[in-house]
Design a protein around this ligand. Structure first.
Ligand SMILES: Nc1ncnc2c1ncn2[C@@H]1O[C@H](COP(=O)(O)OP(=O)(O)O)[C@@H](O)[C@H]1O
Ligand SMILES: [Mg+2]
Length: 474
């Protein structure tokens, strides 16, 4: 269970270290052992060969008891590496020659008998080296003392080198495995971190692609999952907002019923009472107090009218309508209204017809609200540009003004009911326009113009056949 505590990184790395070091050390140990055995064997063979060679060459010197010859042979032998001493004895063990040299030990001694024998090939004394001497007569003995320090040093050096190489190999492979396991584990750790950030509310963050095809695929799949979560979230939020809106609208519906009965009717009674008062009490028509009261009654009535229109929209009475002619009428109304004003209404309405199925009255009121806002934004000066473009089945109305424009943070709110920045505004004009245009299958958008002022764009689509929209079948 302790194993569970270790991460992939530690597991991969420790497994790699154990495997690599065991295999390197085992193989290396075998290799060094074999080489050691081989080197030691060759060394003892060399000593053996040299001793045998000395024994053969000493034969004559022993026979004729020629000490100078034997001494020369012994000194020759001492010239060889690792030889520390040479002793030549006769068959009774009497020392004929002893030559030594001072070299560091440890030492070993190899001995060979000197036999009296007839050479088979007189021209080649070496042919006697491997002869069987059992039946020949022993005439003396050579003893060669040699130092094993050189060979032991060599073996030590080789072992040391092997350990060093093994350590370097283990280190290099550990490094390689470290890099490999890190490259495998890092993307997984990163995904974990990203998942935590997402759970903390950062829904825009995405996983970077890794270096390998597998990690790239993993990051892609992870990001796709985040995308679908984000989409699901958005849908839930939208559904929730829609639900909340519907609940509000239902409340508004109830409220509008109450207003219709409890406010609008008394308002009518107040209005007619004032009329009666004026007549019966002979109050002049231009009485300031009563005129104020009447004006306020009219304003209140307008407010209630527009509220009821928004809260309890009339069932649209769809019929085939030419939108361009509808706009001609709407604009004419504005031209009359703003005739004495400094505001200029510039319009560019195409001559051709564009037919859609619409409720003339509702649609006129919807666009009227948009154009009225533009005129109000202009604050009694400048011009309001109204233009229409249509192609195939798409119709677009552009209303441009020269007012202050709409602050960015308010752009989203202006279509909400009761949102107003005007002291005497109702905040229902655009909400109504939006409602009507959507009922007709179109949409309305607002933006700020680069040259200043706001731009409202109403887009409508015709469900009629193309020839019909262009009025060819009229
Ligand atoms: N053309 C425009 N330029 C600047 N602001 C506008 C324009 N049209 C609408 N708005 C903003 O949108 C708000 C809502 O408009 P609307 O629904 O017609 O209500 P109201 O006109 O009664 O205020 C306005 O109060 C105003 O702040
Ligand atoms: Mg308005």
């Amino acid at each position: 269970m302790i194993f569970k505590k270790f991460g992939i990184h530690v597991r991969v790395l420790s497994t790699a270290v154990i495997l690599i070091s065991t295999s390197t050390l085992t193989l290396g140990y075998w290799g060094v052992n074999i080489i050691n055995q081989f080197v030691t064997l060759r060394f003892s063979q060399r000593i053996d060969f040299m001793t045998q060679y000395l024994a053969l060459n000493s034969e004559l010197g022993i026979l004729i008891d020629e000490q100078r010859l034997l001494k020369g042979l012994a000194q020759n032998m001492l010239g060889e590496n690792d030889i520390a001493g040479v002793v030549i004895e006769d068959k009774r063990g009497r020392e004929l020659v002893r030559e030594t040299r001072d070299i560091p030990g440890p030492f070993k001694t190899a001995g060979k008998w000197v036999y009296l024998s007839e050479p088979k090939d007189k021209n080649n004394p070496m042919s006697r080296i491997n002869d069987n001497h059992f039946d020949s007569e022993r005439i003396g003995r050579v003893k060669v003392t040699y130092s094993t320090k050189g060979i032991e040093d060599l073996i030590k050096k080789m072992t040391l080198r092997f350990i060093l190489i093994a350590l370097v190999l283990i280190l290099i492979s550990c490094l390689i495995f470290y890099v490999i396991s890190k490259s495998l584990v890092t993307p997984v750790i990163l995904l974990g971190k990203i998942a935590r950030k997402v759970s903390l509310g950062n829904h825009l963050i995405r996983a970077p692609a890794g270096n390998t095809p597998e990690t790239i695929k993993l990051a892609d799949a992870f990001n796709e999952m985040l995308d679908s979560i984000a989409l699901g979230r958005k849908t839930i939020v939208q559904a929730y907002e829609k639900m909340a809106k519907q609940e509000t609208l239902a409340e508004v519906g109830k409220f509008s019923m109450m207003i219709a009965h409890e406010v609008k009717n008394p308002l009518g009674i107040i209005k007619s009472s004032i009329e009666i008062m004026k007549k019966e009490l002979n109050i002049p028509r231009d009485n300031i107090a009563l005129t104020y009261a009447e004006e306020e009654i009219v304003r209140l009535n307008d407010l209630i009218e527009s509220f009821l229109m928004f809260a309890r929209p009339a069932r649209p009475n769809f019929e085939k309508i030419d939108l361009n002619r509808l706009m001609d009428q709407v604009i004419m109304g504005f031209e009359i209204q703003y005739n004495s004003d400094k505001i200029k209404i510039k319009s560019c309405i195409p001559e051709e017809s564009f037919y859609i199925n619409a409720d003339f009255d509702l649609f006129s009121r919807g666009v009227t609200n948009v154009i009225r806002n533009a005129c109000e934004a202009n604050q009694g000066q400048g011009s309001v540009d109204i233009s229409i473009e249509h192609r195939n089945k798409k119709w677009q109305l552009l209303v441009k003004d020269q007012g202050p424009g709409i602050p960015k943070e308010k752009l989203r709110k202006i279509f909400e009911p009761f949102f107003t920045t005007k002291s005497k505004g109702t905040g229902l004009g655009l909400a109504f326009a939006d409602q009507v245009i959507k009922t007709h299958g179109g949409n309305i958008k607002a933006e700020n113009r680069l040259s200043g002022g706001a731009l409202f764009c109403v887009t409508m689509f015709s469900s009629l056949k193309i020839e019909e929209t262009q009025g060819i079948l009229e």
